[in-house]
Each structure stands twice: as structure tokens, then as C-alpha cells.
Design a protein around this ligand. Structure first.
Ligand code: GTP
Ligand code: SPV
Ligand code: MN
Length: 606
């Protein structure tokens, strides 16, 4: 039975049903009873595999089709009336054509199936930040994941009232045919249509589709920002708290940084890190002239491989109950899960992510085809589970930001950390981000590409206008966060990571926050911005071997803090090409000015 009298919702559901012709329509009210029944149904049909109830209570494994394991950027479209509004780096389709194409594909596709209507909120229901979406889908997996990732239930419909507006999302699994897969966004109509996929970012429409692509467009028009950022809080020994947000591209360390456990001597002194969010931040200007951020999500859709008790204990703990695992391996000895990097010992009896027995003797770390878990396998875990979840997680006002951090995977050139000279220069640094591609999207991995503000795949409008929006936001904040760039991924000539990373990133965070206070710690001005003096980064009690031959020491630190002007001159030249040839237009003058300064700085001897 319909759970609302909102005519717009009823019309949307009726139109979707008319198109897809399901046998049955089920409204998701978010009750424990309903969710439990859906889990049972999914286990019966084989869509989910129930895991060991005593070791992993209420946890399930799901395997996708092998053609459907990541976001599909080249099949993800921004459908604006005017092609130029989608901009040069989004895939664009005329809205009429996109509606027709996807309607043809979805027509009748739910025959013999059930259509679920999911009312959900991004953000705490009833808060100023919150926005409501309705996703209709024929996938129980989607219902169950959305129920973890967002706030689902009748109260969302109640919040809409009789005629409130919402983001419309239609997901039809169809035949999971990769050649007919489309993820369409209609920012001018607040609508998302996704067909022929059943994987994460393509189908959990509250996440990248709504909370980034549609929301970034809304944010531009309404004067706020939707960003691909984690949010964390640092508590100092004296109880003071500071918050930072950080934008890294997909699979470049947001979940890990958001939940980091500081090195022991920091813990002993009383430092604490709390996680507000691990993927998305909605940011507004507060009455106090600062930027305030909320995480609109309610769970984590995290990368499994590499997660273990040493790298990210908090994430691992978060997956111990009420979690859905996607494309990890199944340890059949005890019906638990496994992935590369979870433990040093390889499980003796294991089914790989494709459902075939796994031969551990053939496993070769460097050959992805021998992996038991897919490199982009994920866990969907409730935020509640996270041992370090922030008490501000459900705050209606969000948290004030002291710093914004950009970062990516750069084997060379980019130092461990540096600070922008001011807001506009910080925007420039974000616009100049490049990072090596990862398994989070289909296509080759390890290829260096431009990914401004980690938003290349997620900005719902013209990237030049997006840069201009950042510049405009800077004018509205009287007390802006300081802007930094980090790179945890510098490699030595043999390809080893020089910086220990993970919990030790606390050492860099500490420096960053010392630059944000009343009496900032000193720094070295370089061609690209402010770089720490090596002695100002705490590397005490650090026991890290870069390789068999080399231990990390102050010299290693100096190496990864160095700014090589020749390399940066090339970087600037390459960036100029990107601005001119790829983004082409609508780049604000402020960024051209910063580029000019960088070029000049690289020529002088300072
Ligand atoms: P999305 O969920 O795709 O947006 O990814 P994310 O940015 O949250 O990345 P995540 O924290 O899941 O990390 C992705 C991969 O990077 C994992 O394999 C981690 O082990 C690795 N990683 C994270 N932090 C560090 C670090 O500080 N150093 C190194 N070397 N690797 C890291
Ligand atoms: C990412 O790719 O940045 C993710 C995973 O967070 S997905 O939801 O698939 O986009
Ligand atoms: Mn992400």
C-alpha cells in the first residue's frame, strides 16, 4: 500500500510502474521486520549468501555479474538541454534522447518481478541540509544496501508532506547487459535513471548520482557545495576539537584517513580521531562565516582489499555485523569472508568472487586474475558500527572546517604535503589534481589522469563553472578553512611507497592543523606553496621499512618534501594544456593567474 498522499510521489511511482510493468509494488517502510523478510527472500533466491551467524551476525555476501564490478564512467551521462552546461569532461546526451533510450530499455523489464519503492533521506531527516529521494528498483540488493547507506523509511515521506519535491530515481536491472548499461542524470529535472547494472555507484542512487552529481548542480544554484570528501574530527589532549575534510579520488584513501588510528605515542598523549564521513561532504557557509560540513550518508561502501586490523581496524570492526559484502571471497571452512590483504595466511578453502573454487597455490599478488576477491570488492557497513564514529555524525548543523585537503596517487613530483597561499590558490591546487586510476571504475588502472577536486566523474555540470563556484564560495566565507594537498603515494625508484601512510598520516594531519591555528608553525615558501620544515613533522617512534634495504628516516622525509622545480615546470605546462585543450572555457581568471604565478615561480631560482 502506498505510504504517502504526496501526489508527486504517487505519480512518479505510477509512471515508473506503467513503464516497467512489475507484477507487484512494495513500499519500503524501513521496519526491521520488512528488511529481515527481504534478506530471507534474497538468501532463498541465491542473491545473497548468509555468512556465519556467530562470527559475522546478520552479514551477507553478494556476487555481481563479472561484467558489472565498478562504476562505468563512459556510460554515465549528464543530460542537460544545452550540451555546454554538462561541460567538456562529462559524457552528454540530449535529455529527450536519453529518456527515450532508457525508456525503451526499461519498458516491461520488471514483468514477473517486484518493484520496490525506497523513500530515503540524504542527511538527517528534517535538518536544513537534508534532501529526500525516492528510488524505485527491482533489486533487493539495492534495497538492502540503500537501507544501510541512507536513512530509509516512512519518516522521509512524512518529511515531504503533501507536495514536497524530491529526487526521482529509477533503477531497472534489466538483463545486466553491459552494452545497454546507462547511468543517466537529468539535473534540470532532479531525475536519475540507471539501467542494466546492479553494482554500487551505478545503482545506489543516493550516493554518487544524487549526493554528488545532482547535488553539485543544486549546490551551484543554491550557494553550497557537494564534494567527494571524507570528514574527520581531531580531538586534542586538552579536549579541543578540529575538523578537516579531504578530497581524494576513488580508492585513494578516504575511508582509511577518515578512521585512522593515531600512532601509540599520540594515543598515549590523548589524541583521538573521529569519523564524520568517508566519501561525501555537503558544505555550507555558517552564520559565523566558516564552512560547515555534513556527511549525507548513513553507512560506508568501502574498498575491501587492503583492509586489515593494522591498516584500518575501525573499518574492519565496522564490517563485523549487519554488513553486505560484494565480490569478496568466501572462506568455506567457516563461512566468513576473505580478501587480499585481510591476513598474511591465505585461506585453504575458498570460493573466489566469481563463485569458483580458488587455488591459493596459483595466487600471485601482481596478477589480478589470480585474486580471490575482486580489486574493487566492497563492504556496505552501517556507520553506527564504526568504533570511532563521531558524536557529531547525526548533527543537524554539521561541523566547522579548519582545513580542506586535496590529494591523489602520485608516484613522483607531488610532495607529501604542502599548503596553498590562500583560498584561490587552494582552488587552483584542487583544479590541478592528477591521480593514477584505480579499480573503482572500469578501464585501465595506474594511468595518471586529471581529476580536479576528485570530482572528475562526479561534477554534474561544466567543470569550468564548478571551479568558478569554488572561487565564489571563497568570497562568501569570512573565515575560510586553509587548503592543503597531500600525497601518501610517493615511490622510490624500485616502486616502494616511501611514506608509511595509514595511521602515520596522523603526523601530517598534526602539521596541517598546526598551520591552521592562531600561531601557525613556520613553513618553507616554495614555488608551489608552503612546505613543512622536515623537523616540524613528528617522525618519532616511527618504525617503517621502505624496502629490505632501507628504513624510513629524516632523509627519506626530506626526499618526499622536496619540490623539484623542473618537474613542476613540466607539471604547469601540462596543466595549461589541460585547461586549454580539455576544459577549454569558463575557467575563472583567478586560476589562470595562479597558473601564471606557478610558471614564473618555477623559472626563478628561489
Ligand atoms: P572510494 O570508496 O572508492 O571513494 O575509496 P577511498 O578514497 O575511500 O579509498 P580507501 O580508503 O578505501 O583506500 C583505497 C586503497 O588505498 C586501499 O587499498 C588502501 O589500502 C590504500 N591506502 C589507503 N590509505 C593509504 C596510505 O596512506 N598509504 C598507502 N600506501 N595506501 C593507502
Ligand atoms: C567511488 O568509486 O568513489 C566509490 C564507490 O565510493 S562507488 O559507490 O561505486 O562510486
Ligand atoms: Mn568514493
Amino acid at each position: 500500500m502506498a505510504l504517502t498522499k504526496n501526489q508527486k510521489v504517487l505519480d512518479f511511482v505510477a509512471r515508473s510502474a506503467e513503464l516497467t510493468q512489475p507484477d507487484k509494488i512494495v513500499w519500503i517502510d524501513g521496519s526491521t521486520k520488512q528488511i529481515k523478510a527481504l534478506k530471507e527472500e534474497a538468501v532463498k533466491s541465491g542473491e545473497l549468501i548468509k555468512l556465519n551467524e556467530s562470527l559475522l551476525p546478520d552479514c551477507y555476501l553478494h556476487r555481481t555479474k563479472v561484467n558489472d564490478v565498478a562504476r562505468v564512467e563512459d556510460r554515465t551521462f549528464i543530460c542537460t538541454k544545452n550540451k555546454d552546461d554538462a561541460g567538456p569532461i562529462n559524457y552528454w546526451m540530449d535529455p529527450r534522447e536519453a529518456y527515450e533510450l532508457t525508456s525503451e530499455i526499461a519498458r516491461g523489464s520488471m514483468k514477473g518481478r517486484t518493484m520496490y519503492v525506497i523513500p530515503y533521506s540524504m542527511g538527517v531527516v528534517g535538518s536544513d541540509f537534508a534532501k529526500i529521494g525516492i528510488e524505485v528498483t527491482d533489486s533487493i540488493y539495492v534495497v538492502l544496501n540503500m537501507n544501510i547507506m541512507t536513512r530509509v523509511g516512512k519518516n522521509c515521506l512524512d518529511a515531504l508532506g503533501k507536495d514536497g519535491d524530491f529526487i526521482k530515481g529509477l533503477h531497472a536491472k534489466c538483463d545486466v547487459d553491459a552494452d545497454k548499461r546507462y547511468i543517466m542524470h537529468f539535473p534540470e529535472d532532479n531525475t536519475i535513471i540507471s539501467v542494466n547494472s546492479a553494482y554500487g555507484g551505478n545503482v545506489l542512487l543516493g550516493k554518487k548520482c544524487f549526493a554528488l552529481r545532482i547535488a553539485s548542480y543544486l549546490g551551484k544554484n543554491e550557494g553550497w557545495m557537494a564534494e567527494h570528501m571524507l570528514i574527520l574530527g581531531v580531538t586534542y589532549p586538552d579536549g579541543e576539537k578540529k575538523y578537516v575534510a579531504a578530497a581524494f579520488p576513488s580508492a585513494c584513501g578516504k575511508t582509511n584517513l577518515a578512521m585512522l588510528i593515531p600512532p601509540k605515542h599520540y594515543l598515549d598523549k590523548g589524541y583521538k580521531i573521529e569519523c564524520v564521513g568517508d566519501d561525501i561532504a555537503w558544505i555550507r557557509v555558517g552564520a559565523d562565516g566558516r564552512l560547515w560540513a555534513v556527511n549525507p550518508e548513513n553507512g560506508f561502501f568501502g574498498v575491501a582489499p587492503g583492509t586489515n586490523e593494522h591498516s584500518n581496524l575501525n573499518a574492519l570492526e565496522s564490517t563485523k555485523r549487519g554488513t553486505i559484502f560484494t565480490n569478496v571471497a568466501l572462506n568455506t571452512d567457516n563461512m566468513t569472508v576473505w580478501w587480499e590483504g585481510l591476513s598474511k595466511e591465505l585461506p585453504a578453502n575458498c570460493i573466489d568472487w566469481t563463485g569458483k573454487p580458488w587455488n591459493k597455490d596459483k595466487f600471485d599478488k601482481k596478477d589480478k586474475s589470480t585474486c580471490a576477491a575482486h580489486p574493487n570488492s566492497r563492504f556496505t557497513a552501517p556507520a553506527d558500527n564504526c568504533p570511532c564514529i563521531s558524536p557529531d555524525f547525526n548533527s543537524k548543523t554539521g561541523v566547522p572546517l579548519s582545513a580542506i585537503i586535496f590529494g591523489g596517487r602520485r608516484a613522483s613530483t607531488t610532495p607529501l604535503v604542502y599548503q596553498s597561499r590562500d583560498w584561490n590558490h587552494g582552488v587552483f591546487i584542487g583544479s590541478a589534481m592528477s591521480s593514477e586510476t584505480t579499480a573503482a571504475a572500469t578501464g585501465a588502472t595506474g594511468v595518471l589522469r586529471h581529476d580536479p577536486m576528485a570530482m572528475k566523474p562526479f561534477a554534474g555540470y561544466h567543470m569550468g563553472d564548478y571551479f568558478a563556484h569554488w572561487i565564489e564560495m571563497g568570497k562568501k566565507v569570512t573565515n575560510p578553512p586553509k587548503i592543503f594537498n597531500v600525497n601518501w603515494f610517493r615511490q622510490d625508484k624500485d616502486g616502494n611507497f616511501v611514506w608509511p601512510g595509514f595511521g602515520d598520516n596522523m603526523r601530517v594531519l598534526e602539521w596541517i592543523l598546526k598551520r591552521c591555528g592562531e600561531n601557525p608553525v613556520d613553513a618553507v615558501e616554495t614555488a608551489i606553496g608552503y612546505v613543512p620544515k622536515a623537523e616540524d613533522i613528528d617522525i618519532s617512534e616511527l618504525d617503517y621499512s621502505i624496502s629490505d634495504k632501507k628504513k624510513f628516516d629524516i632523509e627519506s622525509l626530506k626526499e618526499i618534501l622536496a619540490v623539484d622545480k623542473e618537474k613542476w615546470a613540466k607539471e604547469a605546462e601540462e596543466l595549461e594544456g589541460y585547461y586549454n585543450d580539455t576544459i577549454k572555457s569558463r575557467i575563472p581568471q583567478e586560476l589562470w593567474d595562479c597558473l601564471e604565478t606557478l610558471k614564473n615561480n618555477c623559472k626563478t631560482s628561489k
